[in-house]
Design a protein around this ligand. Structure first.
Ligand SMILES: [Zn+2]
Length: 187
């Protein structure tokens, strides 16, 4: 079978599990307990990504690298089971860098990527979660040890360092710059 050109069509393939049920044993229970504590405190939690197939990680990584000109499409290694053609060509058969990069950019946007998607992402082994967290006013939350903590500081989102300390009691560690990303070790 012929391979298929890169572009938006790939986004729905090799989907993220999208549920904490798919996370690795141990991390899963900790993550669910942390989310339960957040919700009990009145915070809103939206889980966007959990366990990521390695094929999806490859597609995200390749699209990001081509879009950001870290590599030319003809030099990107393939991956078994992912029959994608990263190189778009002109009618005359020449490599069309602009079209190849535009297709990669389309994928980066459709995946919603804002941060370099690593090929060894903690998502692949179910040790990471992407979630949007927000609350109003003061967050009064019980940590994993049952201690009540009041978070008055800003921002009222997952980027709040006081919330990171609460996450740590559940062994859920915030990545410092990847906004929605929490994992077993912060990577
Ligand atoms: Zn993530």
């Amino acid at each position: 079978m012929a391979s298929e050109l890169s572009g938006r069509i790939w986004i729905k393939r090799f989907p993220d599990a999208g549920t904490t049920e798919a996370l690795a044993d141990g991390f899963r229970q900790n993550c669910q307990a942390f989310i339960a504590a957040l919700q009990a405190a009145g915070a809103s939690v939206d889980v966007n990504a959990t366990r990521r197939p390695s094929e999806r990680a490859y597609l995200m990584n390749g699209a990001w690298r081509i879009h950001n000109r870290m590599i030319n499409p003809q030099n990107l290694p393939g991956k078994a089971g992912v029959d994608i053609e990263w190189v778009h060509r002109t009618a005359a058969g020449q490599i069309d860098l602009a079209a190849s990069r535009a297709a990669a950019a389309e994928m980066v946007a459709a995946y919603g990527l804002a941060f370099f998607p690593s090929l060894s992402s903690r998502h692949i082994d179910g040790q990471a979660v992407d979630m949007s967290i927000s609350w109003k006013g003061v967050l009064v939350i019980q940590d994993a040890g049952g201690v009540t903590r009041s978070i008055k500081s800003a921002p009222r989102t997952g980027m709040n360092p006081d919330l990171w300390k609460v996450g740590k009691t559940f062994h859920i560690v915030k990545h410092k710059t990847d906004r929605p990303h929490w994992s077993i070790d912060g990577k």
